[in-house]
Write a protein that binds this ligand. Sequence first.
Ligand code: HEC
Ligand code: HEC
Length: 215
Amino acid sequence: MTTRRMLAMILVGIGAIGIGASQPVMAGGDPENGRALFGHKHCDRCHVPRGQQGAGPPIEELRRPQGEMELAGRLWNHVPAMFSSLAVKGVEWPRLSLPEMADLMAYLQADAARDPSPDLFRGQVILMRKQCLKCHSLRREGGPVKPDLAERREDYESAAAWAVTMWTHTPRMAEMATRQGVPFPRFAGDEMVNLIGLLRSASATPPRGPAAGTR
Ligand code: HEC
Ligand code: HEC
């Protein structure tokens, strides 16, 4: 199926739902807990104050006033490089729960109020441009990799929930992308807020049919 036809089918599906069906839930993390977690989860092994020797960007670059989805996008971009650098060092990939992610995001000065409201049309363009549908389907249109992106509503409820999902799964996604020669998608500015706005809207009603709700 052509990309244009696929996009048209998705638009029809989403058009039936209506815009602004739901608002994101605020993460409401605790920045002091987040500061402690930054140490407990070994983030501070690689992210050190500017001027010191660290494997990652200095803490001042991570910790700055920013949108929550903007930070989620930065995390997504960074997961593959961090994963391989941890693997080289033989350090285990840190697991992060939803409250822990919310605390870390609060410590890194992410605030949902700084994200613009999602633009669903731009979200559709981003979805095609980032090639998510080379692997996944959305409302049954697209590739064979599970899950269908309309079946994971809870993943899109908050920036922290989305960040936990990608923290857990992006290493395998990136690995598959490398194997298949699909460029691993990177996000800048408001691209993530628009994409997640679109996915949230698309999953407001799950696709009908026997494969729905396979979770
Ligand atoms: C093994 C070293 C290492 C550890 C541990 C590590 N990071 Fe990173 N981090 C990196 C590297 C390297 C980059 C830059 C990656 C890139 O350019 O793709 C990075 C980038 C980032 C960025 C994006 C910065 C930007 O400017 O966009 C964020 C946010 C981040 N890390 C958060 C964290 C958090 C939170 C933790 C702890 C849970 C953590 N990192 C643990 C190495 C690490
Ligand atoms: C090269 C193939 C590939 C591409 C491109 C890709 N994914 Fe994935 N995705 C995967 C694989 C493989 C998994 C399963 C990973 C796992 O189970 O650890 C997955 C899992 C997921 C999950 C499920 C996480 C969960 O909670 O189980 C979501 C949501 C997701 N991808 C969203 C996206 C979005 C959004 C894009 C585009 C920006 C994208 N994916 C692009 C291969 C891909």
